[in-house]
Ligand binder design. Sequence first.
Ligand SMILES: Nc1nc2c(c(=O)[nH]1)N[C@H]1C(S)=C(S)[C@@H](COP(=O)(O)OP(=O)(O)OC[C@H]3O[C@@H](n4cnc5c(=O)[nH]c(N)nc54)[C@H](O)[C@@H]3O)O[C@H]1N2
Ligand SMILES: Nc1nc2c(c(=O)[nH]1)N[C@H]1C(S)=C(S)[C@@H](COP(=O)(O)OP(=O)(O)OC[C@H]3O[C@@H](n4cnc5c(=O)[nH]c(N)nc54)[C@H](O)[C@@H]3O)O[C@H]1N2
Ligand code: SF4
Ligand SMILES: [Mo]
Length: 726
Amino acid sequence: MSIKNSNIKTDDIKTIIGACPHDCPDTCSMLISVQSDKVLGVRGNPDHPFTRGRLCAKVINYQDRVNSSQRILHPMRRIGSKGSGQFRRISWDEALKEIGDCWNKIIDDDGPQAILPYSYLGTQGIINGLNVGDPFFNRLGATIGERTFCDSGASTAIIMTIGDSAAVDPESLVHSKYIILWACNILSTNSHLWPFIAEARKRGAKLVVIDPFRTRTARKADWHIPILPGTDGALALGIMHILIKENLVDQDYIDKYTLGYDELKIRVEDYDPETVSVATGIAAEDICTLAREYAGNNPAVIRIGVAIERHAGGGQTVRALACLPALTGAWRKPGGGILQMTTWAHPVNWGQLMRPDMLPESPRVLNLWRLGQALVDELSLDPPIKSLMIYNANPVVTGADQNKIIAGLQREDLFTVVSEQFMTDTARYADILLPATTQLEQEDIMFSWGHLYMTYNNRAVSPLGEAISNSELFRRLAYVMGFDDDPYFKRSDDQMIEEAIIWESPMLKDVDLETLKEKGYVRLNIPGPDHYAPHAEGNFRTASGKCEFKSSVAVSGNFVLPLLRQGYDGDQPKDTVDPLPHYIPPRETPQTNKILAKKYPLNLISPKSHTFLNSSYGNMKRQLRSAGRQFILIHPEDAKSRKIETDQKVKIFNDRGSFIASVTVTEDVMPGVLIAPSGYWLEQNQGKGTVQSVTSSQFSDLGRAPTFSDILVEIKSTYSGNEKSK
Ligand SMILES: Nc1nc2c(c(=O)[nH]1)N[C@H]1C(S)=C(S)[C@@H](COP(=O)(O)OP(=O)(O)OC[C@H]3O[C@@H](n4cnc5c(=O)[nH]c(N)nc54)[C@H](O)[C@@H]3O)O[C@H]1N2
Ligand SMILES: Nc1nc2c(c(=O)[nH]1)N[C@H]1C(S)=C(S)[C@@H](COP(=O)(O)OP(=O)(O)OC[C@H]3O[C@@H](n4cnc5c(=O)[nH]c(N)nc54)[C@H](O)[C@@H]3O)O[C@H]1N2
Ligand code: SF4
Ligand SMILES: [Mo]
């Protein structure tokens, strides 16, 4: 059976082919049942080879999100104090006029750089997602909000080592003989990859999970290796040490297709199993077994999670991991190599989306992890930020150092505009709140960072209330600010979709937009998963064409993150980076910061919730029921010494802030480590903070990636439950 868009009609019920909008590697093709312009339900498209007819626990009842009575459906102006959530309905004309007047005044008084856009991937759609506001803010001359929220450290490392290559087709994992899921809880975060792993296991593959926490994925593995957070770089270098010492390498592959092997050999001499064991908490013999099994079972694949980068040395960790498959020649066959992101293969016209040519001569860039610091004037910005425009993001819950963000948002002299679907913890601080459509009310086209299909989202229903898509929002803002002299800002969604894709790319051979709309998806023109081994004979997308153990980018200092900074790379700092992979220990651990660890001895990790998508769905009944209230997992040893028991209410704190959670004592987590899933809203939390109140906005070593897993905290029981959060 092949499903065609809109062609199936049962009585009045139509089926529309859409696409899940979320920042998730699976980018599912969705079938939407619609009756009389109302969404009845959604399901996974059975024809899509990656979706295979299934949606995840977050999105399975997406109709409830669309039709929710909690939706923001009209523009509103704040009438209560900031954060009170008290608003009054206004018209679109009033809202736009107020925004235009305020911004024009700020531009006159302080210059356009006093305006800061803050956005991310609330929707990942190519026209409504990452870059939708960039041309507008470029032309305005606003401060550029650099978005290194996710994968920028890993991406920098991958590009340095193997280049911007899709590298491994996730579907080719069926051919893998040895699968390492490294800092990756795929049953929650990349669940459509699982059937391919299951098939490989049926064919005899071994599944290894490396994670400080026995996740639902780790429970299913053949071998779960608990590791101290942030020490994976040491393990990767330790594996190299054994591969080289025991001559388990593919010398022919190394000779032909790699750069810097002799220097790497010297570099890894220090990482003997005993030293690595001390750093990682893994027994030396297990490190040896892992290295031998990895080398002995080709093709072997490493699937890394984004979580791997969130430590002081996250970038160099990924550098080391990306070197491994070239040492063993794992690249030679389909199903071998390292799988990070497949984004690079998608023929998206990023330049046309970002329009860096509209930037003023010397723009100012602010990394958005520093929002709190910027707003409370810790960065001495000149001009200071006088207006914030937040869309596609919920920084109060997903940004680091929450207390500073909230303090900043409370500033009476800050004019905050938020475009949202729901009254999030961030939206509550808006001066003007604008209603945003959901994916089913808008048209879009999707790339994927976890498979090799372009996916199309046909609009299923009319926008609810006065909600508008982000593309329409920026058309209206452009009009208000007088940018309608440029036809670029007046383009329809259809035109935007046409121009956003490089249709003449060989990746889209024989594909046209109409077919894509009808079918809902198309595989990129890449050999099938049984044949795709792009680096079987080198062909790495680096300057040398080789896998660069010794990085030429590090030698030149030319690190570029244009996708994350609106196309601007004029002021990239020339970081000094060691060209060879090496181990940078975490910043905040009892081993590396003894003074801090005296006060705060436990390392806190805040992984993804199974039923939330970052903070999205944190307000939805079904997902909340399944997630329960904010909880924290602690090892029995750590609990015992603090007289903490399961179900007790506890306060988790450090110098930055605190939050309240209920405890589960379990051996699923390593001693010295606490696990508190992220995504819970302030509103649902007891006390005044979420996990983010203790996280830090410091960067990792590459790509200005976050380090919110590199933090120390202490935990104590709270009997009253009334204690104020710091
Ligand atoms: N259900 C669900 N799915 C999601 C999301 C969501 O919020 N919810 N978010 C989406 C997004 S934006 C992203 S970026 C991806 C992220 O996907 P993942 O990277 O898989 O997500 P995390 O849960 O953050 O981390 C995965 C695992 O890494 C472990 N970990 C943490 N630190 C370390 C470490 O130092 N070393 C090792 N070896 N393991 C470590 C954690 O214990 C966790 O089990 O998921 C996407 N999918
Ligand atoms: N402690 C901790 N912090 C983290 C993480 C973690 O694992 N732990 N993960 C990090 C990672 S990997 C990521 S990617 C970031 C994610 O951070 P965010 O991108 O802020 O993620 P969300 O919480 O999903 O917020 C997206 C918001 O956009 C809104 N939205 C959805 N669609 C639209 C739309 O079409 N228009 C508009 N205007 N709004 C829309 C949603 O309602 C939602 O409130 O968080 C990071 N922060
Ligand atoms: S969140 Fe991910 S797994 Fe769930 S439906 Fe969307 S794309 Fe699929
Ligand atoms: Mo992410």
